[in-house]
Ligand binder design. Structure first.
Ligand SMILES: [Zn+2]
Length: 901
């Protein structure tokens, strides 16, 4: 399942709110849905262009409803601008009362400009945040009494002046973003005309109505009458427009009490949910006079790319070309080994960043200068502080920025989006947004109330999409802090805690700035250093804890009494230097191709290990156990084992801890739950080894194969870790008197049953996640296929091995003498459900997998029949055994049906 990454320039915020969870969510169960609560459903919204049925058409089209004034007959230029305030600039603006006129000189028509849109006022929830949104190449076209603002389609092209250029133009359409009446006669000398900027820009160009519909299923619409400009500005190379945009619905939909997932919900942060004012900032700017020289992308190094269809030559097998997204960086003195750039990359710290964190943020940005220095640039990246009385908004196109935002979710999110000239890949602007959660998280110790999953944000290699560096970090930080507190190694009010907050924040800033420099994630980088190395504080201070700041590195937590390295990544890794070199090293044009392939061909060096979002995948599709978000150390299987150990330590310590009188017991709840989330992460990392395949992007000439199945020994080790660590009852031992005191905070959870902690349900949730993977078609298929990829007739882990091991472990009680406890019965029931599903489903299950399960089921039925008569079973266990036997016998007899898909 793949996002249509290249095809659409998706509205980033719509992606955030809706598309990605769909794209990245676990594949719909091919095994029957477990009885654990389903993942929150997410509305399936299509990538939405600015005009869809739910978005107002550009309200300025003649004949559309809403407040379009009739096109007035133009009056003399001087008459129209009389008494108006003139903002002189590249685009001159005239402002009078609440109206703004945009002057267009004849030479400004039919020329490309950049229109960028940021949201500057949000809702504080549901991804309606003040984030960078998207950008367009626009042209103004005069059609009769109207000026149209056209979004130019620049992605499909052929060499100017050739027949194919004409064909490209005829084959791919432009779009209309808005239009406005011409309100003046041409200026007598300059021939400039004036257009109504209110009509042009006070509109829902960003498609927020669709975003709101996706988020709330409520019929919010843009209301032009109550929307207005709040500030306009003209500079030597752009005009900016700040808009207060009103969205409303006439009435709140009546509540519906069914379980319709599409039933309307309402924003929780509004005083009156029928109405909201959101803020938008438009920059209409000059494009670079001289387009930047394109740098060809190489898939072995992780850069964001712009994709263009270049049809000129039909010798290439495909017309698609990939250009690295990068800033224009040129040496002042090209002959010097180390030179300042002609123009540095400047990041502005927004005035909304709390004073006490500004130095940390600055340090996080400037960390990148180490990589630029290595390729001959001195002070390539600089930091400026936005003055409190600054006239500009950092949302504009000329100020790359870092900004804080607040929301009501308890997680921590940070994003690093960019604006790119789609013709060349040149990065024009970037506005990083960092949630305040980052500075609370590590200090919050036992974490927040619930491990509420943060909605996943977008990752793609298109410009305009976002990075999320927060989803699991919430659990991660809570876990680490809870453990350190319980060990007595960290006091939340100590300077050490403050230092950890700042170290975490610096890491986040460096990661996000990395995205805005054009770098994608690298989720294999965490594997380059040994466990020994990352436990050495001196080593980690020098080298960090992994190969890249573009990984989501897990907190580096030592086992009890072990040596402790740095907790978080404190500097760039070798991969980061390499990726910057590929994108930014100055290379003479005639040597570029050769030099770039030399740089990229280093991809098989162990220190440069790389794999990005596509390789990580989510859930069952993910096949490469070396590529994980939030792991650390050379061997992810060792990481998994250590995390299980740390989770048990966390649980044990909190069980033994006497809370001071008066302290809320929700701290116990939070720690038990955060232990489970880490245990689950660990189990899933381990399970990826079964049927796992390492995939690298090397080209011919590299000694490494593209696909390398995990060795049978490692697969067996992983399977043993899972069956021992997850399926045995004593994996999850808690004292009853502890469990009866694990209570959530009533303010957050409600009271009574709702605030209670149910151990069997938690355990089952972790178990079923792993069962879903191990009994999936994808893993079955990979194990069946792997026999072709193992050389010399060596015996790999077979599918029969896997199914036998699972069945033997899950039903081991049948061979014993005692009772079958509740948690074992739950697990066995889930196994029966999945087996039944595989046996009775007509399509999907690989034939060999079904045949094996039939065989195994017959054996199991015999064992169940014998066990039914055994003494020592409780009534519940006896009923369970009989029920399982019945169900399996039915499944063996049943004709195959079409179910489940
Ligand atoms: Zn990221």
């Amino acid at each position: 399942m793949k996002l249509q990454r290249h095809r659409f320039q998706i509205l980033p915020a719509v992606v955030l709110a809706a598309c990605v969870p769909v794209a990245f969510a676990q594949k719909p169960a091919q095994t029957p849905p477990p009885q654990t609560p389903p993942a929150p459903t997410t509305p399936q919204s299509q990538p939405a262009p600015a005009t869809t049925s739910t978005v107002q058409l550009p309200t300025t089209l003649p004949g559309t409803p809403q407040s379009t004034p009739p096109v007035p007959s133009p009056r003399a230029f001087a008459t129209v601008t009389k008494d108006a305030e003139e903002h002189n600039g590249f685009f001159t603006l005239f402002e009078k009362d609440d109206r703004v006129l945009l002057e267009l000189k004849p030479e400004q028509l039919n020329k490309p400009y950049y229109l960028s849109i940021n949201r500057t006022g949000g809702l504080g929830e549901n991804f309606i945040y003040p984030f960078m949104m998207r950008g367009y190449i626009v042209e103004f076209r005069k059609v009769g009494g109207l000026v149209q603002m056209i979004a130019k389609n620049t992605r499909y092209r052929a060499q100017e002046g050739t027949p194919l250029a004409l064909a490209a133009q005829q084959s791919f359409a432009d779009s209309l973003l808005g239009s406005a009446p011409v309100v003046s006669e041409p200026h007598p000398e300059t021939k400039a005309i004036l257009v109504d900027a209110n009509a042009l820009l006070i509109a829902d160009i960003a498609g927020t109505a669709t975003e709101l519909e996706a988020a709330y299923h409520a019929p919010y619409a843009f209301d032009q009458r109550n929307s207005s400009f709040t500030k306009v500005r003209a500079t030597a190379d752009m005009a900016t427009f700040a808009v207060s945009a009103h969205f409303a619905m006439p009435k709140i939909p009546a509540p519906s009490n069914n379980n319709n997932p599409n039933a309307p919900t309402l924003p929780g942060t509004l005083e009156d949910a029928r109405s909201m004012f959101l803020g938008y900032h438009y920059s209409l700017a000059k494009l670079p006079d001289q387009p930047m020289r394109v740098r060809k992308a190489d898939a072995r190094v992780g850069h964001f790319v712009s994709r263009q269809y270049e049809f000129t030559s039909d010798i290439a097998p495909f017309p698609r070309q990939y250009m690295v997204n990068r800033w224009r960086l040129e040496k002042k003195d090209p002959t010097a080994a180390l030179s300042e750039p002609k123009e540095p990359i400047v990041f502005w710290l927004d005035r909304n960043i709390p004073v006490e964190y500004r130095d940390t943020v600055k340090a996080g940005v400037l960390e990148w200068n180490k990589a630029f220095e290595k390729i001959g640039f001195k002070d390539a990246v600089r930091v400026e502080m936005q003055p409190n009385d600054a006239d500009f908004d950092t949302a504009d196109l000329r100020h790359a920025s870092i900004k804080w935002y607040l929301d009501t979710s308890d997680g921590a999110l940070a994003i690093g989006p960019r604006r790119v000239d789609p013709r060349t890949g040149e990065i024009l602007d970037a506005d990083i947004a960092i949630s305040q959660g980052w500075t609370r998280l590590p200090r919050r110790l036992a974490g927040e109330q619930f491990p509420k999953p943060m909605p996943r944000a977008a990752h793609s290699n298109d410009e305009g999409t976002l990075c999320e560096y927060g989803a699991e970090s919430f659990n991660e930080a809570a876990f680490a802090a809870g453990l350190l507190e319980a060990r007595g190694e960290l006091d939340p009010s100590s300077p050490e805690a403050e230092a950890i907050v700042k170290a975490t924040l610096k890491d986040v800033v460096t990661h996000e700035v990395g995205h805005t420099l054009g770098l994608r994630h690298n989720f294999r980088a965490s594997t380059i250093y040994t466990e020994e190395q990352i436990s050495d504080p001196e080593f980690t201070r020098k080298h960090g804890i992994g190969g890249s700041v573009m990984d989501y590195n897990a907190w580096n937590i030592a086992l009890d009494k072990e040596r402790q390295g740095e907790y978080v990544m404190s500097t760039l890794g070798p991969y980061d230097y390499w990726a910057i070199e590929y994108a930014y090293r100055e290379i003479p044009a005639d040597k570029e191709s050769q030099e770039l392939s030399r740089i990229a061909s280093r991809s098989n060096e162990p220190q440069l290990a790389f794999a990005t979002d596509e390789e990580t995948g989510i859930g069952i599709e993910a096949a490469d156990p070396e590529v994980n978000q939030r792991d650390i150390g050379h061997d992810p299987l060792v990481f998994a084992q250590r995390r299980m150990t740390l989770s048990r330590e966390l649980w044990d310590r909190w069980q033994d801890r006497k809370l001071p009188d008066g302290e809320g017991r929700d701290v116990l709840y939070r720690n038990v739950v955060s232990g489970f989330s880490q245990y689950s992460l660990a189990a899933q990392v381990a399970a990826k080894y079964v049927g796992g395949v390492v995939y690298v992007r090397d080209h011919a000439g590299s000694p490494r194969a593209s696909f390398t199945p995990i060795s049978p020994e490692r697969q067996r080790q992983a399977l043993k870790l899972v069956t021992d660590g997850l399926f045995q009852v004593d994996s999850f031992k808690f004292k009853p008197e502890f469990l009866t005191r694990v209570a959530a905070d009533p303010f957050e959870a409600g009271v009574g049953e709702r605030a209670s902690f149910t151990l069997p349900a938690r355990v089952l949730a972790v178990q079923t996640q792993v069962l879903d993977r191990l009994m999936s078609d994808a893993v079955a298929q990979r194990l069946l296929d792997s026999s072709f990829k193992i050389e010399g007739g060596k015996k790999g882990l077979t599918l029969a091995d896997l199914y036998d091991t699972l069945q033997g472990s899950i039903w081991s009680d049948l061979k014993g003498t005692g009772d079958i406890p509740l948690m074992r019965r739950n697990l066995q029931r889930e196994h029966v459900r999945r087996v039944t599903f595989m046996l009775t489903r007509a399509n999907g299950t690989p034939a060999d997998a079904r045949a094996l399960q039939r065989e195994n089921t017959k054996t199991l039925v015999t064992q169940l029949r014998a066990a039914e008569k055994r003494p020592g079973l409780s009534k519940e266990a006896r009923a369970h055994v009989a029920d399982a036997r019945d169900t399996l016998e039915e499944a063996l007899k049943a004709p195959m049906q079409r179910v489940g898909i």
